[in-house]
Design a protein around this ligand. Sequence first.
Ligand SMILES: [Zn+2]
Length: 536
Amino acid sequence: MSSLLVADGVLFSAGTVLDADALGIRDGRIVAVGSHRDVRDALGRVDDELDARGGLVTPGFVDAHLHLGGGAVDALRCDLAGANTLDEIDQRIRTFAVGTGAAWVVGGGWDPTLFPPSGPTAAHLDALVPDRPAFLLDADHHGGWANSAALAAAGIDRATPDPSDGRIERAADGTPSGALREGAMQLVSPHIPPHETADIARALLTVSRSALAAGITGWQEAALGEYAGYPDFSHAYLSLLRDGSLVGRATGAIWVPRNLTSDTIDAFVAACLERARANTAAGFPTRTAKLMLDGIVETRTAHLCHPYPDGSHGLSYFAPELVQQLVPALNAAGVAVHVHALGDAAVHDALDGFAAVPADHRARVRNHIAHLELIAPDDVPRFAELGVTANCQPYWACANALVRQVTLPLLGADRADDLYPFAALRDAGAALAMGSDWPVSTFDPWLGIHVAVTRRPPGEADAEPLGAAHAFPLEAALDAYTRGSADLLGIGAGTLAPGAAADLAIADRDPFTGPSVDIHETRTNATVVAGEVLAL
Ligand SMILES: [Zn+2]
């Protein structure tokens, strides 16, 4: 029995700033919201008091789509994130290779805009790692860079055909150049020696503490399964839950393998249920399947209704007929579906899959589509009609260097106002959730919220907004990132109402009082999970 009084805050809950400056917590739950005096009276005995110093107190942020496990494994590997020049990339790879005795040099995070459209080359990487295989993923995790030893280890040569779900970049004579797109990465991944679960778990704990420090008290691990050289992170989560070290409300989505056919759907659904049962019993709810339907625009792998300049429409990993069998089978078993869809054709296929589910089955789960870079106008109202939550990654919705240099030239500058049509979804009554896709982009919710509100990159107050009509009011962005995501993931927090689990993020200021272009300067000062103030 312990109690906590949070005082002198600006309280935000369920889409609005409350007429209250204090809240009381007992045994992990909110029991009172109101004036300092009323809350003190309601609590009776106060064991602890936390001074919010006039900062905004929100429900804890819930990141509805990230890859903490992926970021944890990246930390064990050669990390190229944030390397802004080719020299820096070369330097980091050389330094890592010299310092590791591992049989393979593995890592990722390189910025694709530093290389030509055909990607980096094996010859370049051979010069840096001449003595063993090396394989490095790009920052989006949709492309890989192999040296000659890695290509040889995977048996990739001129005679190797492109897999159905990916592309081997080649020189004019057909020789693989070293860049592997999407499913072509899977030709190399199985040859990479695995990490020890204990090492992954340790790294996962470290990144989870960074996420908590940013105010994230719950999240969904967006892909539990072997993909792109990453292991299934379930083992690392379960080991942290067993030893009691993981703080925060973790959930996960079980990866749907690309080789699924209509004949293997039943076995997959049964395996999903069995894993979800075991994970949930251990405190890790994973009654969700992750269905990745396409890639990303920048590598021409997002599935588009209108063609790319080369006439292609991108990739579709699962035929619409298969989606319309799989999604109803999962929902009938009580398994929600979390779709990855960037292109409007992929979004359309996903919605057709949800439309194939009987309404009473659909109502028992929370289905969602993440990313949503382009949506055909006729499909926008279907989110609300079909009860599909829009799982938005707001940080991407601005004209950053990648969008200016790569995305818009591929889509056509006239599509700029169509990208990430979040306000259209909201106006059409769609339920909204938010997440970061970390480590693809920062997990700091205040940076994502900044972009959702301004449609400008943080710190670029004078930049042209991307699709200004899709900007959110601050209230709407905060609500989606807290209550919206918590509802989607079935986490019993997300509001500051009496009875709710006491997960809070306390900011260093009240961003409602300053100009919106300064929202990105907001920092999380304190994080509370189940009534405990975390020391991070
Ligand atoms: Zn993702």
